[in-house]
Design a protein around this ligand. Structure first.
Ligand code: FES
Length: 505
């Protein structure tokens, strides 16, 4: 079994050079996932001079670690949104799905794209009302769908709401094909080019670790926006992790994409590629750094395969995890970052539904920048990053800010006292050693890596993530490798090493 996504392992990686020097362009896009690449493509097709900067490799973040369901059906979202919002959300996500399909067809992209139905199902009688409410919302909103009492799954269900004619693909094959088209249209992509600062103004200057780009327009297409101000995303977003395993499909063929209505969440889909068909099982998400300590998401998914799919002797061939941003009111933030910075755009907060949302975000940004009209202005307004939605946001705001406050005040107290000898080879921990809170990892040979156990974003105490051997921040979801390097932002700096002369901390 490989600790890498099925997508990354089955797609020949394309490489792009790192950025260096000083350059000017009309639009600089930060982030080489689906949002950034699709936006760069749409703007370059409009004749704009675009540069894309990716801190790591294209698709190495959420795009390369998704389940890649291209569906407008996002759990039971439509029955939870107010009518006008639900209409706008359905409209932009339908537009996103159509955009992906039209690009696949127009450029003849070989990415295993296929149309399939999408289901939200329940096995629990107490949730059938929720399914009915969602089906009712479909009727009210003019979304085509129906309820059913069975599905081609290897277990019984009580009911499901089905949305026909949704889609799925191989996200990296699609992403790399778009990257080629950007190049053919004069756009330039750089990898391993980390943005360290942005100077905002009439002309914006984006500073990287090896030079700077001056641009009229800046588009922040990283999962978590790389700047805190303006935007205040650290009080408006939280991050969640979820897990996925793939296994050869053998005789299993569920002929669709599925998610259950309740908790814990189980996501199911097939992948029909050129090689062996795959069964992908996902879910068991949690707020980053709040995982269940007793059992990892991966072992829960293997149990799901063994018991519910009746494949007791089978193993996963790949396993991976994805990190997603969630907004306060359930809709993504897409548009200008603030009224005072009209030339800086952001797209984030897809809450695990990033395929249609990322294409829609690219279309909204194209509209804002070029005056095109993919999505009408009235619908775009619901996604404004500076919107104020007190009723819909209050509960999540209290949870997010309460967790952050708790971590700031009590997080340090709960760090146990210990010693390096308490840690076995191949394991890590956050311990108070000699009075100093340390994030420690001991490799298989016994070599110890030790860092200050404080997140370099805003200073929250870190947690050790055993399943992924990382140090994760419970406040806003930054993650660091056991070598102290940033894996997920908003933190930009790696962890600080512990030096012998350090005072207690
Ligand atoms: Fe904000 Fe760690 S991510 S303090």
């Amino acid at each position: 079994m490989k600790d890498i996504s099925y997508w990354m392992d089955t797609c020949k990686e394309k490489q792009f050079p790192p950025f260096s020097g000083e350059i000017k362009c009309e639009a600089v896009i930060i982030g080489g996932g689906l949002t950034g690449i699709t936006t760069a493509l749409l703007l370059s097709l409009r004749g704009m001079d675009v540069i894309l900067l990716e801190a790591d490799r294209l698709g190495s973040g959420t795009t390369g670690n998704t389940t890649a369901k291209i569906t407008v059906q996002h759990g039971l979202c439509f029955s939870h949104l107010a009518r006008e919002k639900a209409l706008a959300y359905a409209k932009v996500n339908r537009a996103g799905l159509s955009k992906i399909e039209s690009l696949v067809k127009e450029y003849n992209i070989d990415c295993d794209f296929c149309r399939l139905p999408s289901y939200v199902y329940t096995r629990n009688g107490s949730e059938t009302d929720d399914i009915e409410k969602e089906a009712h919302a479909y009727q009210e909103l003019g979304i085509s769908g129906e309820t059913v009492s069975s599905a081609p799954l290897p277990f019984e269900i009580k009911s499901a709401v089905v949305m026909d004619d949704q889609a799925q693909f191989h996200p990296l094959k699609y992403l790399y094909a778009l990257a080629d088209i950007i190049g053919e249209n004069g756009g330039v992509i750089y990898e391993q080019s980390k943005v360290v600062d942005i100077e905002k103004g009439e002309k914006n200057i984006v500073y990287t670790n090896n030079g700077n780009v001056t641009a009229d327009i800046v588009i922040l297409a990283t999962n978590y926006p790389p700047i805190d101000f303006p935007g205040l995303f650290f009080i408006k977003l939280h991050q969640e992790r979820s897990y996925i395993i793939s296994t050869d499909a053998k005789k299993t063929d569920v002929r669709g994409m599925y998610i259950n209505a309740g908790n814990p969440v189980n996501s199911i889909r097939m992948h029909y590629g050129k090689g062996e068909n795959q069964l992908l099982l996902g879910g068991y998400g949690h707020k980053t750094a709040y995982e269940n300590e007793k059992k990892s998401g991966y072992s829960n998914l293997e149990d799901f395969l063994h018991t519910d799919f009746k494949r007791a002797d089978d193993k996963a061939n790949h396993r991976w995890a994805a990190q997603d941003c969630v907004t306060l009111d359930g809709l993504p933030y897409i548009g200008t970052i603030s009224k005072t910075n009209p030339n800086i755009f952001v797209a984030t907060g897809y809450a695990k539904w990033g395929m249609t949302n990322s294409a829609a975000a690219a279309m909204i940004i194209e509209d804002c920048v070029t005056g095109s009209n993919n999505i009408e202005e009235q619908a775009r307004a619901f996604f404004s990053p500076s919107r104020f939605t007190p009723a819909a946001s209050a509960k999540n705001f209290l949870i997010q800010s309460g967790d952050t406050l708790k971590e700031f005040t009590a997080g340090n107290v709960k760090i146990p006292i210990g010693d390096y000898d308490d840690i076995s080879p191949g394991k890590g921990a956050v311990l108070r050693i000699n009075g100093r809170a340390q994030a420690v990892y001991k490799d298989e040979s016994g070599r110890i890596y030790t860092f200050k156990a404080r997140c370099t974003h805003l200073g929250c105490p870190l947690e050790y993530n055993e399943a992924e051997k990382s140090f994760d921040c419970p406040c806003h979801g930054s993650r660091f490798s056991y070598l102290g390097k940033v894996i997920e932002g908003p933190a930009k700096q790696g962890l600080e090493k512990v030096a012998a002369e350090d005072e207690d901390f």
